[in-house]
Design a protein around this ligand. Sequence first.
Ligand SMILES: O=c1nc[nH]c2c1ncn2[C@H]1C[C@H](O)[C@@H](COP(=O)(O)OP(=O)(O)OP(=O)(O)O)O1
Ligand SMILES: [Mg+2]
Length: 197
Amino acid sequence: MKMLVVATKNAGKAREYRKMFAPFDVEIKTLADFPPITINEDGQTFAENALIKAQTAVAAFNLPVMADDSGLVVDALNGAPGVHSARYAGDHDDAANNAKLLRELANVPGEQRTAHFHTTILALKPDGAKLVTEGRVNGKILQKARGNNGFGYDPLFIPDGYDCSMAELTADQKNQISHRGRALRAFMDQFAEWWQA
Ligand SMILES: O=c1nc[nH]c2c1ncn2[C@H]1C[C@H](O)[C@@H](COP(=O)(O)OP(=O)(O)OP(=O)(O)O)O1
Ligand SMILES: [Mg+2]
């Protein structure tokens, strides 16, 4: 069976990838399955950070790697938190990040609270072959958190066309519409060709 390392330390992402890869003939490992490595996510874009994650992991493990750099882009905040989503409030703390987002948007009325989630997936083989796909989902930022599923900013994000938050969807429902689900479907369309190349 093909073995692919998903270069993430995020348990929420790892859970989503394991579920989405389940129908395919691919064994998924994550960084939790290997001795710890340090990844400096100092890129200016999602694509740069995804490349940094993938290159660091390929150099450490000499295995095919897939990295995910993602985040929340809020129009009224000129695109913040964007590539800084994970450390928006200082350290990697979802509750603190959500609280800061609500504070920053305190005076922004409902119709101006538009936002989207973005994911760039970048896969890299030790021979340098690359595969890059992207996905996004548009929505709005709620005034108050709702729901307990998912992770990160999900309790504050209401996808367009829905009247529940991303954290009130089941895992399957979220994967059907999410930035990550869309990026992964585009990825799987090209996966076999990339793997064999
Ligand atoms: O579906 C999502 N639902 C809610 N929030 C999300 C989602 N997807 C990304 N996010 C947020 C979480 C984190 O604040 C940031 C990702 O940052 P990002 O650097 O890509 O991931 P991370 O540091 O958590 O794990 P890692 O870099 O090891 O993959 O955007
Ligand atoms: Mg990160």
